[in-house]
Design a protein around this ligand. Structure first.
Ligand code: FEO
Ligand code: CA
Ligand code: CA
Ligand code: CA
Length: 652
């Protein structure tokens, strides 16, 4: 069973056309002379080095060469977190730990749903550190010893969540699963060299799959958003499958609804064309919520799915603030929402839609962000333009606006108004001719030159028909290991409507002896695959986290790669070193630091996950006993703190 990773394909559209790709490829080959090696399929092999000179990155300097200072560590299959010599990793906040002075975790998973709603959810993912602000001689200073962590809880392994797993099923178990989804806000403090969760805390709170959340932007109140429980279409209960994240310059958290389709089932009838385009299946994906919570039955509540698949904005500093779903940012399987500022100060949010053959998006706000005035930014993400990316084989690209009335997004073509364009974002992107990508995951912006990087985690099955041919931006026919693409917006302006792109790295393992899987990783890391988490620290180090599926971890093409891991890349020289390896059966995802870069927080998601992605409640520690070891009853996802033993800057 694979209900989390996106083995399915929902995009049956024909864009860009096969003929168009072939034509562009011919033009490229004609124009580039003998310098290009060409594979048997006609795809240029050296694509990653072609348009690169045009990107904003500068030639290496001595400072760039010294950007990464730690010693590379080897791959590992050990059931522990390993970090380089001179570093220490410790667990801060694991599934079931109270967010404030709530109930403690019971190792047999006998906490009730009501207790779970006061504790860390399962399967930690994207995360951001929001500093407390001190005033020093009248000047606000961001603390690096005291702040708030906002942490996503992506999904649940119900084999571990309940004492007897899913052997029996009940409304209480559905409620507990819903309570283990969403977001945690916790207050954290460095005391005597140790980070700890502050308990009690007025900031500590949980947002779950049933917390009231406001709808805003063009789709709020639209007819397609109205349900029996919410006839005005203005308020949704809950956020779920919160994957990657973003943070705004005005101090709010963005959490993203990714594989939300899997929670819906249909008690009668077949899924509609729109439901199929978003991967909604009659049987659901194994969460079984629709059996006891009727709003997840699309036969009874056909508009309820329209209320998921959005980016949600949360103010972590105000525990009373109601979260808001920002519909202007589109409805997709949102991986992350990376926020930056355009040259003129407008907010720009980059977003991937993680499924095979889906697209990369960005939103540009209509108004400038007054980042020192949070109240002034309260509706900033409600008005603006949503774009989708087209990557041309020439090494250039275009942002295509998804605006009603433009590019065929008309009533005659099935888009009644802008709200309809947003509810059907994937269909709109099909219509304007976006480029299908190899599973867009996280996006990161280089703070020094504004280049944008996106992980394309893998795509090992292109199938047949319009999807079958690789293209310049997704150049491997069987992309088992994934790649990282990058682009420079015209004028280094995030609001630009054109860009130049190249491939930063093709992941792989040269030790397999298969040139189609070797990749081109530079530096001591030598081999890794399935890049997912991606983040630039303020020094300009690009941190990469991997999510090799537990069905392939340490087997087959991944036999030499070890457990999921985190690496650091120098974006100028391309050098990559391995910084951290995780425990057995985990994914490493979520990364943030204190402003002084001397504390790094990362998440270990689903340690102990078996290949089936659902644990056997009779053998909960079959794969991993991290982090509690012999004393624990089951593995637990957790936030890990990493410090240098000498207190220095992480990674330097
Ligand atoms: Fe939740 Fe695409 O990772
Ligand atoms: Ca991810
Ligand atoms: Ca992934
Ligand atoms: Ca995973």
């Amino acid at each position: 069973m694979s209900f989390h990773d996106d083995d399915g394909v929902s995009n049956a559209s024909a864009n860009p056309s096969f003929e168009e790709i072939c034509l562009k490829r011919r033009r490229l080959l004609q124009g580039s002379g003998a310098a290009l090696a060409v594979t048997l399929t006609g795809v240029p092999m050296a694509m990653s080095f072609l348009p690169g000179q045009a990107l904003a990155a500068q030639p290496p300097t001595s400072a760039d060469v010294g950007l990464i200072g730690f010693a590379n560590i080897a791959p590992s299959t050990e059931d522990t977190v390993r970090v380089p010599p001179g570093y220490t990793a410790s667990v801060l906040f694991a599934w079931g730990d109270p967010v404030s002075n709530g109930p403690v975790f019971r190792q047999d998973a006998s906490n009730t749903a009501a207790e779970q709603a006061l504790q860390a959810g399962m399967h930690h993912d994207g995360m951001h550190f929001f500093p407390m602000w001190n005033v020093d001689r009248g000047v606000p200073v961001a603390s690096s010893t005291h702040g708030l962590l906002a942490i996503n809880h992506e999904y649940t392994d119900d084999g571990l969540l309940h004492t007897d797993g899913m052997k029996t099923w009940s409304a209480e178990k559905v409620r507990k699963s819903q309570a283990a989804h969403g977001v945690s806000i916790i207050e954290v403090k460095l005391v005597n060299g140790q980070w700890q969760v502050v308990r009690p805390s007025t900031y500590g709170r949980r947002i779950t799959a049933y917390t009231p959340i406001a709808l805003s932007g063009p789709a709020a109140g639209a007819s397609g958003m109205k349900t029996a429980a919410d006839p005005a279409g203005q308020e949704v209960l809950g956020t779920l499958n919160n994957c990657a994240n973003g943070a705004t310059p005005w101090g709010t958290y963005l959490t993203c609804e990714e594989n939300w389709n899997g929670y819906f089932g249909k008690s009668s009838g077949d899924p509609s064309a729109l439901e199929k385009r978003y991967g909604i299946a009659a049987a659901g994906a194994g969460y079984r919520w629709h059996e006891f919570d009727e709003r997840f039955d699309t036969a009874r509540h056909p508009n309820e799915p329209h209320r998921f698949g959005w980016v949600v904005e949360i103010d972590p500093y105000d525990p009373q603030a109601k979260p808001v779903k920002r519909t202007a940012l589109g409805r997709i399987k949102h991986e992350g929402a990376t926020c930056t500022l355009a040259a003129d100060g407008r907010a720009v949010v980059y977003m991937g839609d993680d499924e095979r053959f889906e697209y990369i998006y960005k939103f540009v706000s209509r108004y400038r962000a007054d980042i020192a005035n949070k109240a002034a930014c309260a509706t900033l993400l409600d008005e603006g333009t949503l774009y989708v990316a087209r990557f041309d084989a020439s090494g250039k690209g275009v942002w295509l606006p998804l605006v009603h009335g433009q590019n065929g997004l008309t009533a005659a073509n099935g888009f009644a108004d802008q709200a309809d364009v947003l509810v059907k974002t994937r269909l709109a992107a099909d219509k304007v001719g976006a480029t299908k990508m190899d599973r867009p995951e996280w996006i990161a912006v280089n703070p020094h030159n504004k280049d944008v990087y996106c992980t394309l985690t893998n795509n090992s099955n292109r199938g047949t028909g319009s999807n079958a041919a690789p293209d310049a931006a997704n150049p491997r026919a069987r992309n088992v290991f994934g790649h990282i693409i990058r682009w420079a917006e015209s004028g280094a302006d995030a609001a630009a409507t054109s860009f130049e792109w190249n491939i930063f790295v093709q992941c792989g393992d040269p030790d397999l002896g298969d040139s189609s899987k070797a990749g081109n990783i530079q530096g001591a890391a030598h081999k890794f695959g399935s890049p997912d988490g991606l983040w630039f620290d303020e020094r300009g180090v690009l941190w990469i986290q991997t999510d090799v599926s537990t069905s392939t971890l340490n087997a087959g093409d991944y036999k030499n790669i070890g457990n999921n891991q985190m690496l650091a890349a120098n974006p100028v020289t391309g050098e990559i070193r391995r910084f951290l390896t995780g425990p057995a059966g985990c994914e490493i995802t979520g990364v943030t630091s204190t402003p002084d870069l001397r504390t790094l927080f990362i998440n270990v998601q689903h340690p102990g996950e078996p290949a089936s992605e659902r644990s056997d409640p009779d053998k909960p520690k079959a794969v991993s006993s991290w982090p509690d070891g012999a004393a624990g009853g089951r593995p637990r996802a957790g936030t890990v703190v990493i410090r240098r033993n000498d207190g220095g800057v992480i990674g330097s």
